[in-house]
Write a protein that binds this ligand. Structure first.
Ligand SMILES: Cc1cc2nc3c(=O)[nH]c(=O)nc-3n(C[C@H](O)[C@H](O)[C@H](O)COP(=O)(O)O)c2cc1C
Length: 333
């Protein structure tokens, strides 16, 4: 296996990338994943139309800091003209890559003809891609798709071919249909079929939760890069674990104490990057804190308490209490 892949002019280590996740993978999250080895990160999706009408959230969503690179800004939209205009605006933020979302299943997005609705209109998907590619110049444009709209219309290989012809520099494929939303299992055979259909890099996505499932995705599909979403919840370490596995190195999972330190580091970063007061910024931090506590004795109760946190000091005290609980549990076994 090669060590890196190229998407247009951008070189990316061939380990694992962080998937775009609206409401989760904000700058603090991306920086944490980057610090623990994510090869590449993607912004939360941004509305192309919203950008054109100078949505106040544009700068917050499109800013790319050097520590996050290589990074893509992801756009969604259903009109080639708006997409081209949005790409030009986004280029001012100097993203390494511009990604177009053609996989989002939520009614609010699909209802506008964007996201996975484009899986039903390959011609329009290609036109949007072509418009974006023209506007983007040297900056590569990639597209993230699903396996199809529903089980009766699995068309990711055909879609990927059309996107390649329209100038896409890579495609990311989530092996679920739109109808599945996030349930059922991601089908890696569709990702393999896409890989066989196109010559641009193919990024495999869906249900990667550890190094073994990542290696399986690489070997079963022949994909060029793997992308991880929910498997990184409270677990930025997954990227190091994968890196170690791919290099044949021994991986030592972090001790609980380290995990809690990293959780607190993540919360500090959320507070530092937020423009909100501590109490409101802690609302953002709550779910992340809860995810870091997953999978331990008494987790459910502690996760509930995470959803009440309103200051950093409380988070510190809760982390200490959680560590004490695990220690006394160990001692009693
Ligand atoms: C909370 C959440 C938000 C998401 N937001 C986006 C998004 O903004 N753009 C996008 O292309 N996909 C989005 N996705 C889909 C993920 O990028 C990914 O394709 C999906 O979660 C499957 O990968 P996984 O099994 O590794 O989580 C989102 C998923 C989740 C769970």
């Amino acid at each position: 296996m090669t060590d890196t892949i190229k998407i247009g002019r951008v070189t990316i280590p061939r380990t694992a990338a962080l998937a775009p996740m609206a409401g989760v993978a904000d700058r603090a999250y991306r920086l944490m994943c980057k610090k623990y080895g994510a090869a590449y990160v993607v912004s939360e999706m941004v509305s192309a139309k919203g950008i054109c009408y100078s949505d106040r959230k544009t700068a917050e969503l499109c800013t790319v800091t050097d520590d996050e690179r290589p990074m893509a800004v992801q756009l969604f939209g259903s009109e080639p003209d708006f997409m081209a205009e949005a790409v030009k605006i986004v280029l001012e933020y100097r993203p390494d890559i511009i990604d177009i979302n053609m996989g989002c299943p939520v009614p609010k997005v699909v209802g506008t003809g964007a996201g996975s609705a484009l899986m039903k209109d390959i011609k329009l998907a290609a036109d949007i891609t072509e418009a974006a590619v023209k506007a983007a110049g040297e900056t590569p444009v990639t597209v993230k798709i699903r396996s199809g709209w529903n089980a009766e219309s699995i068309n990711a290989p055909e879609m990927a071919k059309a996107l390649e012809a329209a100038g896409a520099a890579a495609v990311a494929v989530h092996g679920r249909t739109r109808d599945m939303f996030y349930s059922g299992e991601s089908d890696s055979s569709v990702i393999k079929a896409v890989k066989e259909a196109v010559s641009i890099p193919v990024i495999g996505n869906g249900d990667i939760t550890d190094a073994d499932s990542c290696v399986k995705m690489y070997s079963e599909t022949g994909c060029d890069l793997v992308m991880i979403g929910r498997g990184s919840y409270g677990n930025p370490f997954i990227f190091r674990e994968i890196e170690a596995k791919l290099r044949g190195e021994v991986y030592e999972p972090p001790a609980l104490e380290t995990k809690m330190q990293v959780m607190l580091e993540h919360i500090r970063l959320i507070l530092e990057l937020s423009e909100k007061c501590e109490e409101l910024a802690m609302h953002e931090a709550r779910k992340h804190a809860a995810w870091y506590m997953n999978g331990y004795y008494g987790s459910a109760k502690f996760r509930g308490r995470c959803y009440q946190l309103s200051s950093y000091a409380e988070a510190e005290a809760l982390a200490d209490e959680f560590i004490q609980l695990q220690r006394s549990r160990q001692a009693s076994l």
